[in-house]
Design a protein around this ligand. Sequence first.
Ligand code: NAP
Length: 282
Amino acid sequence: MKIIPRAFVIGHPVAHSRSPMVHSYWLRQYGLNGAYEMRDVLPYQLGEFIRELRSKCYAGCNVTIPHKATSIPFLDKIDATALAMGAVNTIYWDGDSLVGTNADALGFMRNIDERCPGWAVGASHAVILGAGGAARAAIYGLLERGFTISIFNRTASRAHELARFFHNRVDVIEQAQLASALTAADLLVNATSAGMVHQPELIIDLSNLKSTSVVYDVVYVPLETKLIMKAKMLGHRTCDGLGMLLHQAVIGFELWFGQKALVSSELRELVEADIRANAPGS
Ligand code: NAP
């Protein structure tokens, strides 16, 4: 089977995705013959897209909202990470099999390891806000590192559902317990869409956090959310979400194009400039 070096990001909506910019940069950087394109795929078009990917032997794709779980039945198999997370974000060929994996947790962890060196020394407890795909990645990555985790979500039933998915290895807390939970947190993660452009701000009081606690916002548009600004003002180390996107992309790039890519400061600056240029009001 001859694989065509053409990959995609599929989702709906998908126009905001910075993945084409990242992969096109690496294709140029490494002088590779290939393409990476975005495709707006509605839920009813998902099966048709995967059939096209198969029949044309395209290298694979990234999968974003709303297809991360629903694409699984269309694949030949998923790997252990995607199984443990219940979602795929990267589809590739392994021989004749179309396989799903999930690089979001790896991206989540590599980002904080890079941005906040030594952050995990002596750290053992994380509070995660949210119960969607990003929270799933954060939970999986942190459980793998042996962290204990409390999660809080606006819709409590989704938090309980997620806790059940992870075999109750995470503790669900309610709004009233959040302030006291923060006193024990070595890491606070915003894995909600709150604070993202066109979304309401995240409302949270950080005064109970230990001075050594790290604050991580998975949102990367804007690059510096109000949460990150507030945390910096209080003297916390912080981590934004852009590196998570860049580090997860390394996995797909190597699977599709056979080249291990580097998350360089030049790449980060390129994407940062694009985010700033397209920020509302700029
Ligand atoms: P999702 O699956 O749709 O989940 C959204 C989550 O945000 C839910 O827990 C939702 O709570 C919560 N939420 C939404 N609006 C809220 C508000 N105003 N106040 C409090 N909670 C709110 O989305 P997702 O894929 O997890 O994405 C969440 C964020 O992470 C997005 O900003 C996305 O861009 C970002 N993200 C970043 C990366 C990266 O690489 N950096 C990767 C994935 C996602 P309910 O359950 O109550 O609705």
